[in-house]
Design a protein around this ligand. Sequence first.
Ligand code: UD1
Ligand code: CA
Length: 450
Amino acid sequence: MTAASVILAAGQGTRMRSTLPKVLHPVVGKPMVWYALEAVKDLVDQKPVLVVGYGAEQVKKAIGDQADYVTQEQQLGTGHAVSVTRSKLAGKADILLVTFADMPLLTRETLEDLIKLHAGSDSPVTMTSFIGDEARGFGRVVRDEAGHVAAIVEQADATPEQLSIREYNVSAYCFKASWLWRALEQIPVSLKGEYYLTDVIGLAVAEGYDVNALVLEDPSDGIGLNNRVHLATVECIMRQRINEKWMLEGVTLIDPDATYIEPDVRIGKDTTIQPNTHLRGSTVIGEHCEIGPDTIVVDSEIGNHVQLLASVLEEASVADHVSMGPFCHLRKGAILDEYVHLGNFGEVKDSYLGPHTKMGHFSYIGNAKIGANVNIGAGTITCNYDGEKKNPTEIGDDVFIGSDTMLVAPVKIGDRSITAAGSVVTKDVPDDALVMGVPAKQKRKKEKSD
Ligand code: UD1
Ligand code: CA
């Protein structure tokens, strides 16, 4: 049995009242369609086929080669949307999984259950439903006296009696592909002028099949997302799911409701995440760390036993036993080696700080390579920008940079040298030297301490 997947994403999502196509609205940092792709990708034998229409170019750009694309030029309904994939998929798969891009909470496990239920049934279609209290515009599952599925009726077309039905259509289906292509040709146009995919259920029943519905135990799986109120609900549930996963993996979240972890983030055991911490993108955090409160980490790599307090890190790399904050900013290309300590108000960009180097207060380090065990005094600045380009600063090992030193790049400071407080260093400093003044001049060889 070969399986393929179709994900519908062509609608504008008018109820979002947005210029951004609905399926690109982020849920916990990822476009909502990303979740639909994740759920199916391991269940099928070929790339999921995404039906795009409104904002097609934007959607393709955001999703790239994670999907194959078919364009639905006019949004003539969900049935029509599936039918435009026929030329791409007919004859390529035995079963077809059809889901919608606006249902990010639907899990791979649910779809696995759906495929299993389908495999054990004679019907050419198996659907998914849930019993709930909130209609959210969902189609109603109409059953006959014996309890068999008879049809799906859309909210707009439902009788008052049908509107009171509490079993809702999730819109996750498993089809026998060859049957579906034929059935799609037979669906009538609705009062709204659309071709409803839901009508194929009634067609299967009319052909004498007993259509099975997988009834979801957790109704939150089936929450479709049509407006920004739903978006906030889905965001909250998705965040809870991610947070619970990490707590069960051995990560302490002091206040899960105020902890924001994106899906690709990885966190080691016995790390504690304090409130109002945002871990984003491809961030990886080691074991035994204390992160936050009030910390944002984006696309960064953090070692073990690291402490980050009230700081912002972007595309940075931090080795074991680093401590930082409050109020530090590591920008792109900041690399901190083991046991580096940054106190308050430190900014580091495109720079390497060697092991045990300390920078306690108010400093800017950009385009610099700094050795081991260096003390960077309060208010030190690498003056790396001359108005045209960024120039490098190099500092050796065991250097003492006095408070308020201006390092006018390009400049090199040799091993074990000292800059006095308030120095403006414009020329290279050899090893074991002491410089002071504006511009800084060499005073004497530093006395060897041994
Ligand atoms: C649909 C179902 C409804 C179900 C609900 C669950 C139909 C007719 N109705 O209603 O029974 O309870 O989902 O969420 O199927 N789309 C296209 N092309 C189109 C129209 C829609 O690609 O021509 C896509 C949209 O981008 C979206 C999905 O199909 O991802 C669903 O469309 P939407 O208008 O949101 O359908 P619902 O009214 O929610
Ligand atoms: Ca919908």
